[in-house]
Design a protein around this ligand. Sequence first.
Ligand code: NAD
Length: 293
Amino acid sequence: MAKIIEGKRCASNLKIKITRQANYLQEKHGIIPGLAVVLVGQDPASQVYVRNKGKQAKECGITSIEHKLDTNTSDQELLELIAKLNQDPVVNGILVQLPLPNHIDSAKVLKAIDSTKDVDGFHPVNVGLLSIGDKGMIPCTPLGSLMLLQEHLGDLSGKHAVIIGRSNIVGKPMFNLLLQHNCTVTVAHSRTCNLEYTIQSADIVVAAVGVPQLIKGSWLKPGAVVIDVGINRIKTALGTTKLVGDVDFDSAIDIASAITPVPGGVGPMTIACLLYNTLIATCRQHQIEMLTT
Ligand code: NAD
């Protein structure tokens, strides 16, 4: 029976460290880290995410400044707000909640964010810095997934990791992170011919597909460590709905040595890493060393 990798507990521990660092910044330097969260439109899931991020930021001693804009906001209006936030000294991190309404050019908006305030790590400068292993902002979900792997496995050197999914926000940055940590990395995607065969030799499986319960326990190498990034809402036989991952948890739990649950695995780490990135951004902008503990 696999060990459950408790993302919630790991995220709570990380938030304790963030709070300690935020208190230190305020007491020693009079600085309160500031995170600006921009939400355009009424998407219910996005509204919940933004509310959660704001609440958890406050709990950690980070000021959360929410900017809620109308669905019909133009590119120009959004770009003007970002330009203002880029200049604002009390704003250390800027997050634009995705997805943006269709009429807005998301790539243009993400590029407009000052890369040193880009706490989501999506700016091309940060993408480039990650790929050359230099100091930038690392996207939150891959960073949280890496922390969970390190917490469970310690050193990742020499492990064969298979990532399923090649998106810019999860799969590709995860590839760079695991490569940096000396894994041998395979990236599978929608055109991969034999996914089952590709996964068979993996010591680490990171699933970021968006297809509910796609990966079966029988596909896994016995003892594999599974990080399930997927969040999918499905209908149950009772007519209600529930959240499941991209991995078939019930069959995987008998084969894997450790697995993240959905919900309660990668999700909580994503938010904790957003706050962690805000803290890193604040410290770098003020040229202050982070506390080590
Ligand atoms: P995406 O749609 O941008 O990318 C999905 C990737 O999966 C693509 O690269 C595609 O090639 C690949 N894929 C699709 N079908 C496949 C198949 N049958 N076999 C192999 N590969 C296939 O999705 P994303 O934004 O990377 O998100 C992936 C999942 O992770 C979603 O369920 C999303 O909700 C979830 N997610 C969770 C968090 C979190 O905090 N836990 C954060 C981001 C995304």
